[in-house]
Design a protein around this ligand. Sequence first.
Ligand code: NDP
Ligand code: KPL
Length: 311
Amino acid sequence: MRIAVVGAGGVGGYFGARLAAAGNDVTFVARGGHLAAIREKGLTVRSPLGELRVAPGAVVPAIADVEGADLVLVAVKLWDTEDVARQLRSLAESGTAVISLQNGVQKDTVLRRHLPQESVLGGVCYISAFIEEPGVVAHNGTLQRMVFGAYGGKESGPARALLDRCLEAGIDAELSADIERVIWEKFVFLVGLSATTAAVRQPIGVVRGEAGSRSLLHDVMREVVAVGRAKGVALDSGFADDRLAFCDTLPPSMTSSMHNDLERGHRLELAWLSGAVAALGEELGIATPRNRAVADILSPYALGAPAVPEA
Ligand SMILES: NC(=O)C1=CN([C@@H]2O[C@H](COP(=O)(O)OP(=O)(O)OC[C@H]3O[C@@H](n4cnc5c(N)ncnc54)[C@H](OP(=O)(O)O)[C@@H]3O)[C@@H](O)[C@H]2O)C=CC1
Ligand SMILES: CC(C)(CO)C(=O)C(=O)O
């Protein structure tokens, strides 16, 4: 299968490298120092599931350099989606399927603004991975799961083919006939985890162990469920309780990519997480005070570590 991975960072680098190691024809689209390092030494993935190295020739600097693909995996941060969507148009118009593994519930709306509707399949991933240094992706823990499928439960050849390739590559993967609900289910958990780990600046073990931050986690997720249900997504009314119980099963050291980004002084996906919940709540007339507070508290960090103004 010919797969193009746009964004060779934590998510794209990890899943793309596993698919390449299993014999698929994977092209990575990368940029900056990461591109230069991969061109020189290849892409290395350090993982408790085994180290991988992808050959230097598998990387290109632009989507226009991809010489045909059956499927594109989009794995750039959310602020880069619009730009990537525009550049994917000609591939998608020639029949290439597109699956975004990004977080949030707005990514596919952005992709659909630029691409043929049927080319955009839905997807989510569960993993903790990041660029440790240019050319090197580090995988924390052993979780590495993808769920994907066509919207509306339609049968999709590319999704089925990707499932087979993932399973051969040792990636925990599943096809879903209700991918919209799956994306929202992840969103409930992710917004809870990212809001609280970033606000408290501690992993889930600390957040869930303290009555105040535990109730913040629960309330943040309740608000996401209320917004999703108001949008017509088939989320169970008690889904936040279910996710809180799930949070109790996580390793205490687990944290969110947004907390990692905050700690490193990087830009945050806040506007697409708690910020999006607050904006959607306003639009739909659903109260979201906890998500609004988290979005406001973290707003000085949204574009990276803030500089204190000169006196
Ligand atoms: N990291 C994680 O553990 C998880 C992340 N996610 C989600 O996955 C998505 C990707 O996150 P993550 O892997 O952490 O992101 P990273 O920042 O690690 O990787 C994205 C990479 O894509 C590059 N990039 C952006 N635009 C382009 C472009 N036009 N052409 C080529 N390269 C480009 C970036 O370069 P540059 O640095 O120059 O911007 C960066 O190297 C996010 O939505 C995130 O929320 C989901 C689950 C877990
Ligand atoms: C919650 C988690 C770690 C699961 O993949 C995630 O998606 C993120 O933090 O971005």
